[in-house]
Design a binder for this molecule. Structure first.
Ligand code: 5GP
Length: 194
């Protein structure tokens, strides 16, 4: 998605530890017009898939998922991160290791919002080592819903998540794949996509 790649080139900041900061349009201040283009691109890429629900994870996936959901005409459910020990029985839960915070979270979704008969598209902002997407797809499986696919805005192609998710046979669409990024020069190279 050229518009997105141009924006990453222009405004993305490379931080130590392979972190790409896109706070000016995606993760802090949000460019909702760009989100709308992102939503339309997801819709185009998942054309023909039966999708009746979008699933994301708090916090940074929510804005993108909401705008995409409007384009798809379906509701959004977001998995909540919790450190509560006593999780009630009316939720699906699994553990996720956070790339940016280096911690393990329990993520939960209430059973009433996900279940058999649902066909789910997972959406998130970044794909790094694939832990967030893996956790969300586990929740989908636990619920008995179908996983239609996963859409991420930015995949860091030099990390393992993309290969992991694709090797599971999940239909993954990444709108921009960063092949390499150099903290010293600020250079960002994208993978060619058809
Ligand atoms: P994963 O679970 O694939 O290792 O990491 C994905 C999650 O970590 C995303 O939900 C995202 O919030 C966060 N993340 C991973 N890498 C980056 C990055 O380079 N920049 C930002 N802003 N978030 C990232």
């Amino acid at each position: 998605m050229e518009l997105l790649k141009e924006r990453i080139q222009r405004d993305g900041k490379i931080k130590e530890g392979n972190v790409l900061k896109v706070d000016s349009f995606l993760n802090h201040q949000m460019d909702v017009r760009l989100f709308h283009e992102i939503g339309k691109e997801f819709k185009r890429r998942f054309e023909g898939e039966k999708i009746n629900k979008i699933l994301t994870i708090e916090a940074s996936g929510i804005g993108i998922a909401c705008v995409a959901a409007e384009v798809f005409g379906v509701p959004v459910v977001f998995a909540k991160k919790t450190q509560t020990k006593n999780i009630a029985g009316d939720v699906y839960t699994t553990k996720v290791e956070s790339f940016t915070h280096g911690r393990v979270y329990d993520i939960i979704v209430a059973k009433e919002f996900l279940g058999e008969g649902d066909s789910v598209l997972i959406i998130d902002d970044f794909l790094a080592n694939g832990k967030a997407l893996e956790g969300l797809s586990r929740l989908v499986k636990l619920s008995g819903a179908e996983l239609a696919g996963a859409g991420v805005v930015i995949e860091k192609g030099f990390q393992t998540g993309g290969d992991l998710i694709r090797s599971r046979g999940i239909h993954l669409e990444s709108l921009a794949i960063v092949e390499s990024m150099d903290e010293k020069t600020g250079e960002i190279v994208f993978r060619e996509q058809s």
